[in-house]
Design a protein around this ligand. Sequence first.
Ligand SMILES: [Zn+2]
Length: 841
Amino acid sequence: MRRTHLFRNFRQCFVYRRKSSLRLWEQDINTEIKLNIEKQWSNVVRRSAPNNGMKPYYVLPMFPYPSGNLHMGHVRVYSISDTIARFEQLNGRYSIHPIGWDAFGLPAENAAIERNIPPSQWTKSNINSMKNQLEKLGFNFDWKREISTCDPGYYKWTQFIFLKLFEKGLAYQSKAQVNWDPVDMTVLADEQVDDLGCSWRSGVKVEKKYLTQWFIKTTKFAKALYDGLDSDELENWKDIINLQKHWIGECDGVVVTFKLEVNGEMKTFDVWTSEPYKFIHGDFLIINSSHPLIQDLKSHGRSTLVCLNPVSNCELPVYVVDDFNYPEGRNVYIGCSQIDSEDKKAAQLLNIPVSRQQLKIDIERENSQAVEMALKKNVGGHFVSSKLKDWLISRQRYWGTPIPIIHCKTCGTVPVPYEDLPVELPEIQSSAGIQTLEKLEHWKKCICPKCQSSATRETDTMDTFVDSSWYYYRFLDPNNKLMPFSKEQVVDHMPVDIYVGGKEHAVLHLYYARFMSYFLHSLGWTPTKEPFKKLVVQGMVMGQSYKLKSSGKYIPPDRVEKVGKEYIEKNTGEAVITQWEKMSKSKYNGENPERLLATYGCDTTRLLILADVPPATPRRWSDATLPGVLNWQHRLWMTMREFLNHRNNVPEVNTLTPEEYNKHEYKIWDSRNYLIATTTYHFKHTQKLSVGISRLQSLTSVLRNKVPPEVITKSKEYEKALAVLIIMLAPVTPHFCSELWAGLQSAPHRLTESSNMIDWGKGVLEQTWPKVDGADRCELKLKSSDLLSLTHEKAVQMMLNQESVKKRLTTEIHKTKFELISTMIIDDFGKGVASGLHMIS
Ligand SMILES: [Zn+2]
């Protein structure tokens, strides 16, 4: 027995004590020491915590596109997510912090063509170099969950989900007018065409073409997606709610799919109206000549058109009219001359023969009746705005997920059987010229799974937004060989607790991801509809650019000189314009993360990008942030050095009176509690990490500002406050804090025992996030004029109405006690009185 006991103790010591401080405290902190510290602690910092049955917390940063180089936007997004993941871990949660690659898409294909190598090779080498860079930044990603959308093991399941959509009638083919980029040879979404009608990527004038394309019927979920934005499940979405609502539009109308015979073939088309009763009583339909069906008809000569209204089962005459005020985004209109007087006028104006009779109906009743009929007959009936369109997912390029469909002359459009997935992209040896699946005859030819005759494969690939619309589910079950993911694996982890990414993805990506999540939920595969609980939309990292006033040509910063308030070119003296813009090589205003890592180390780089500006605010990147951050790290280093020196030479004689000593202790105790409360609040609730960091800077100042050696060596409060400061900074600078902590652990004459607050046997990353102990005070400032009428009750009420107090009362506070403190204060408001709210945990 006894031997086992000893052995257990020994093991414990071995595990926790194997890393110790480098003991370089007598030297001044510099980059070399920082890099040594990072080397010393890198294994500890990158070790993901085991899942000990703790409640999971899912922190999801948007996965990167593997362009080959990390940019400052990446450094920002992953510094934010890593800090939040580490914070939650200290709070006793099991953090899921995955990473993968949004690896398909045009840029890789174009880059590969330029270099004459296959896109897969280019993408793989980019992933390797970016992975290496991410590791250098000390991010604690769960690499076991790594996925890549171009891996057949992933896109097999994208195809699987496509087939489910097809099965449910939510993936369909239709002829549509599309934006065609003649250089990139592919379709562009409306958002990828600028105001001048040019492609966002190639810059050439976009052409309009009519092509048969694959669509996903996102509009079917439009109303649910719109209404879902008001759900309590979403936290902190702020202005993204309005961006999303604006994109979807108010769902004040209904769509029904009509049929029309075109050149002897039955074609379908959608009709939208805000007055569904017209699907019962409508007597004419007008259509713009730009409608693809009419375009098709033109080349074959046009006769009198009649369509079939599937709700009323009646035939309706169709008139081609260009000069008509169609609903926004639509080019078809259904009219009802017998009920709607405006429609009657329109019919007369357009010489459309209609009945003279007028009908009186209960419009509301017939509206709901029409919707019911459409739903029952499965011909539409879902609410949607007039402007929202279905999602066009066809891309005529090689580097994407192949659409798993086979075209057979006899059977028509046949889905690839599930057991034949994945439909793999054919290997290509080089990318000479533009390769499309259309041109790869060998690959195209196949056997129809239904009738076994020869058939051809669909040669369009999917928009990469399809790949990224469900990746957050795959992260939770990355090795599943039977399904995209199992419900058991996602049920405890969804929705994602916090999603961090750039604002450029706040409209389309978020909309498609929400649609997909709603769809997967409708299959019964997931616990919730909404995929993301909380959003942190990070602002852009911008660099200062310079261009010649005369020509508008960008020039590098080293050719620019500041004279007074103006900027000139050094050599010529020519006037230079400066502005803050998105970083880019062509504007010479980028910052290279590799340079920052080499010059300052990874912790300082993380601190630089997180300090001063909250995540949501655009970041103007300049060297101006540097001195503050470097100086703070220096001060923390000095604090530890001095602490260790004092602890090694404890003064024997006391020079402070007990009152003086208590006053110092009280101030440290009070600051610690106040700064724990506010830092926790910002890390946990607002994600304003910069505000939390500035509180930690304040705590550093409290510990350095005229604290007598007697307090440093003999006060438990000082020891606790220093420990708490290092713990709270650890999620931001994990290596640096591990070293500071090891220093603190090594200090002689320790005053506090291991407790709930501090476990001296463990490293800083294994500590518990500090809680407020005792009371936490909150001050209320009043105008002196209000002072006379102030009662205790009224003061308490006023305090409770303060936003900051309200929020804090929802955190882990067990008891509250109020007291009116009769201190007169003078500030910007004039004379006032301070009132205190004590919160006891
Ligand atoms: Zn067939």
